[in-house]
Design a protein around this ligand. Sequence first.
Ligand code: GDP
Length: 314
Amino acid sequence: MRIVVTGGNGLVGNSIKDIISIYPNHAFTFITRQECDLSSWYEVSNYFVRNSFDYIIHLAAKVGGLFKNLDSNIEMFSENIAINENVLKACRQFNIKRGIFCLSSCIFPCNPSTFPMSERAIHESPPHPSNEGYAYAKRMLELQCRLHNKAYGTEYICLIPVNLYGPHDNFNIRDGHVIPALMNRFHGEKAKKDGRFIAYGTGRARRQFLYAPDFARLICSILLDGTYDNTEPLICCWRETSIKQMVECLADVMDIDKNKLEWDSDKSDGCMRKTVDNYKMWRYLPDGFLFTHMREGLKETYSWFCRNRDNLRN
Ligand code: GDP
């Protein structure tokens, strides 16, 4: 199969690159923003006229951490709607039969009727206002895929990962997600004599973190191994932790004294909890799946960060 991966230079795209040798019978092409601006139909149609594919893994999106979302909800909505519409239109016109489309657990309601939430809760009630632009655009992607499957008999599967982290992340201190932003900030503070290690919020919010290389393995397995025999959305997640526990673990991995951690509780906690359940996912992993423990994932990520500090993307 010829498989196109959008967001080829991102967190998950790069993790897929690392495992494609397991699939020697498939030809993967990774599209980057430099090669094709997915928010422009002109560029997308030109790209797909010149290159043909059987399957797609659609990862590209305008993304950011809590504080980027708070600052730019409109851009997060408009750009993601444009990207997804163009990509789906190309899939239709250029006959892409099967694919994985990446959603996110932040699309779930902020006040659900029950915790943990299952796939059925996606559209139940409004998402958290801090990231409603991004969340509604991703909810629409679920709808777009479902309608395409119904109208054209395609097999477009939406996967819903929880908070992803790992090598190749966006380590931007202001815009990044909590792990890469803090890793970068703490690393800078470590170099100072009187460095301060300040995390935002109260630390009481809870999140489920998933190591991006684990998600990459799940994507390829679901797309190519044939064990997932339907096109319903599927949550991919593992254990939940508080932000405080994660930050303490990060400090440990970075060799920072935990007693030096400070919390700026004037800054937002975002959604306090968005716990989702992986009951359905386990049903489709009959042979089990070895998830990377948070400490191990943070260690690998920090080691990658230190080796690549001069070439980080923004
Ligand atoms: P979210 O899960 O979509 O809200 O995204 P994030 O990955 O940005 O995680 C946000 C959570 O981490 C909130 O509870 C923040 O208060 C907390 N947090 C602590 N320090 C930071 C930081 O430096 N950057 C970010 N983005 N979040 C932080």
